[in-house]
Ligand binder design. Structure first.
Ligand code: PLP
Length: 388
């Protein structure tokens, strides 16, 4: 029987019993660029840290087990991971991608991958018939579920039946739920992408990214790419992410509990016109999430009555910080139109439903009552300011 995910966040079975480095519980930081060879034609298994580093490798093994993959690569950021993944494709290849995605992924696809001869169909993967967009050059389907920031939910298993039938890769950015709540490889995905900066790291202090797969051919390509292009995660950053992952389970549970309360609180506010949280039974993807995930996460997107209201909320928050990013222990509020999605053309933004009155919360692990109190204060002051 495989061990539970909380245990797998802490322990690698294969390392147990090894008399490793004085019995240190914390995995050592191998801050070295290179490794001495025992003799000519011999190697310790480590030659140069762009190729292998023990600290990074330990992290990669942990992340691979969390996603039920056979291999994981740790990169210097989520975008470095996605950029490396794009090396799988050649000029002339076509990808079907979710229309609502993290803004950086949209920027990468449209400003860099297109220049390299790759074409894209951006569609609403949870509503439209993906099969209609497949042509002879199509190589992959790329999704987030739930999406950033509109929280659209796609049925991964149903989509994987289509990608398998047409021999396409299914790539899932699993950042919003983390492996604690969802494992896309188990549902038929071929590659899982993570911004490790977010829930995996969990402390808003380190950038990291991951590619995870259970396909040996893809893993071989990835290993060649990382050796050649060199964006592997640094040893100290690998250690910080390892430390963050140790508490992944309890952080996710606590943040989710807070998020449920906040989503319910927001739903009761007059100034809030829409709350988009998959944990609410009214969310379109609620039933799919119940089937394919073990939780709903800690990300909430909501619409307020006006742009002025949204801006006033951002001005008034104190403990909740007005900042980009997500998935850390501190609660953050984001304004997608000027932050995460500023480079997405306005027409696409509007089609996706991101407006001047859209706000996104990444709920942290503070005391629930303090978070609600802060929101109450902010909303009340905003009402008074705008409506007297
Ligand atoms: C943040 C984010 C990324 C990019 O990751 P970085 O670590 O910031 O480079 C990719 N996908 C999603 C869903 C994200 O939220």
């Amino acid at each position: 029987m495989a061990r539970g995910i909380d245990t797998r966040c802490l322990h690698l079975e294969e390392e147990e019993g090894e008399n490793n480095n004085y019995g240190a519980l914390s995995y050592p930081i191998y801050q070295t660029a290179t490794y001495a060879h025992p003799g000519v034609g011999q190697s310790t298994g480590y030659d140069y840290s762009r190729l292998q580093n023990p600290t990074r490798e330990h992290l990669e093994k942990i992340v691979a087990t969390l996603e039920n993959g056979t291999d994981a690569l740790a990169l210097s950021s989520g975008m470095a991971a996605i950029a490396l993944m794009m090396e799988l494709f050649c000029p002339g290849d076509h990808l079907i991608v979710d229309a609502d995605l993290y803004g950086g992924s949209i920027r990468l696809f449209h400003n860099i991958s297109e220049k390299n001869g790759i074409t894209f169909s951006s569609i609403d993967c949870c509503q439209e018939d993906v099969e209609c967009y497949i042509n002879e050059h199509t190589k992959a389907v790329y999704i987030e579920t739930p999406t950033n920031p509109m929280m659209n939910v796609t049925d991964i298993e149903a989509l994987s039946r289509i990608t398998k039938k047409h021999n396409l890769l299914l790539i899932v950015d699993n950042t919003f739920l983390s492996p604690y709540f969802q494992n896309p490889l188990d549902l038929g995905a071929d590659i899982v992408v993570h911004s490790g900066t977010k829930f995996l790291g969990g402390h808003n202090d380190t950038l990291a990214g991951f590619l995870v797969t259970n396909r040996e051919d893809i893993s071989e390509h990835f290993r060649f790419f990382i050796k050649t292009t060199g964006a592997g995660l640094a040893p100290f950053d690998s250690w910080l992410i390892l430390r963050g992952i140790k508490t992944l389970g309890i952080r996710m549970e606590r943040a989710q509990k807070n998020a449920v309360s906040i989503a319910e609180w927001l739903s009761r506010q007059k100034a809030v016109t829409r709350v988009i949280y998959p944990g609410l039974p009214t969310h379109l993807g609620h039933e799919i999430m119940k089937r394919q995930a073990r939780g709903f996460g800690a990300m909430i997107t909501f619409q307020v009555e006006s742009r002025a209201f949204a801006l006033a909320v951002l001005e008034k928050v104190r403990m909740i910080r007005f900042a980009e990013s997500l998935g850390g222990v501190e609660t953050l509020i984001t304004y997608p139109v000027t932050q995460t999605h500023v480079d997405v053309p306005e027409d696409i933004r509007e089609r996706n439903g991101i407006t001047q009155s859209t706000l996104r919360l990444s709920v942290g692990i503070e005391d629930e009552k303090d978070l609600i109190e802060e929101l109450e204060r902010v909303f009340q002051a905003t009402e008074e300011e705008l409506h007297g």
